[in-house]
Design a protein around this ligand. Structure first.
Ligand SMILES: Cc1cc2nc3c(=O)[nH]c(=O)nc-3n(C[C@H](O)[C@H](O)[C@H](O)COP(=O)(O)O)c2cc1C
Length: 215
């Protein structure tokens, strides 16, 4: 697989088959992600892996936290007030995702069921939590972003699919109660994609004019 093919092939997988990666398969992904640069080579990104019983318990606890609204977030993922162009990009992505899922706007029950799938990790049998030690600053989030991107691409390169889960970080205390230490950045569902139509959903990117300025 070329570098371009790897970037082209990566996508957010939202339906996984029953396949659990071995420890060696997970470590092979980490070995590539570890090649990421970081400020002064601090390497702040840490991963806690869940599978089997620990995964099932985390999922149950998260769904319970969702139902009881036990929110606790370490790092705000979204702006407090949505503004353009982010508002429209988010809206359009949501509309197109629900089209791929064949769920209409007024089908509230189905939408809720789909939302809950985040907390079942879209049936992935492996979940990584990306976290950093307490006491680190925002700069370490930049290092983690680079690590995360390389992790996702490394997984793709090695034949696996992934979905980053920001949704579960609304319940950081629940994740900590399940053994993760420090500040929680995101979850990563890892596995093999199913042939479900949701996995054919391809997102759109902003034009160069919107994001580039030559000065
Ligand atoms: C930090 C972060 C958090 C995300 N959280 C979620 C999530 O909770 N649930 C979900 O279905 N997708 C989540 N995604 C996936 C994004 O929706 C997806 O990356 C974006 O729409 C672009 O699509 P693509 O990954 O298929 O290229 C997240 C992605 C990132 C980078």
């Amino acid at each position: 697989m070329t570098f371009k093919e790897c970037l082209d092939n990566r996508f957010s997988c939202r339906d996984f088959i029953d396949y659990e990666l071995s420890k060696d398969e997970l470590i092979n992904i980490v070995e590539l992600a570890k090649l990421s640069p970081s400020a002064t080579n601090m390497q702040p990104a840490k991963l806690s892996f869940f599978s089997g019983k620990s995964l099932a318990k985390l999922s149950d606890d998260l769904l319970n936290a969702v139902k009881n609204n036990l929110k606790s977030q370490d790092i705000k993922l979204y702006p407090d007030i949505w503004f353009e162009p982010y508002k429209s990009r988010r809206f359009q992505t949501g509309i197109r995702l629900y089209e791929a899922l064949n769920i209409k706007r007024d089908e509230k029950e189905k939408r809720l069921e789909q939302w809950h799938k985040n907390f079942k990790f879209f049936n992935a049998k492996n979940l990584a939590i990306l976290h950093i030690d307490n006491g680190l600053n925002e700069g370490s989030l930049l290092d983690c972003g680079i690590f995360l991107a390389n992790f996702l691409n490394a997984a793709t390169y090695l034949g696996f699919s992934t979905c980053v889960l920001g949704s579960i970080t609304e319940y950081c205390d629940t994740i900590r109660e399940n053994g993760v230490e420090g500040k929680i950045i995101c979850g990563i569902a890892i596995g093999k994609k199913s042939s479900d139509n949701v996995n054919n959903f391809k997102t759109i990117r902003a034009s160069n004019e919107e994001i580039i300025k030559f000065i």
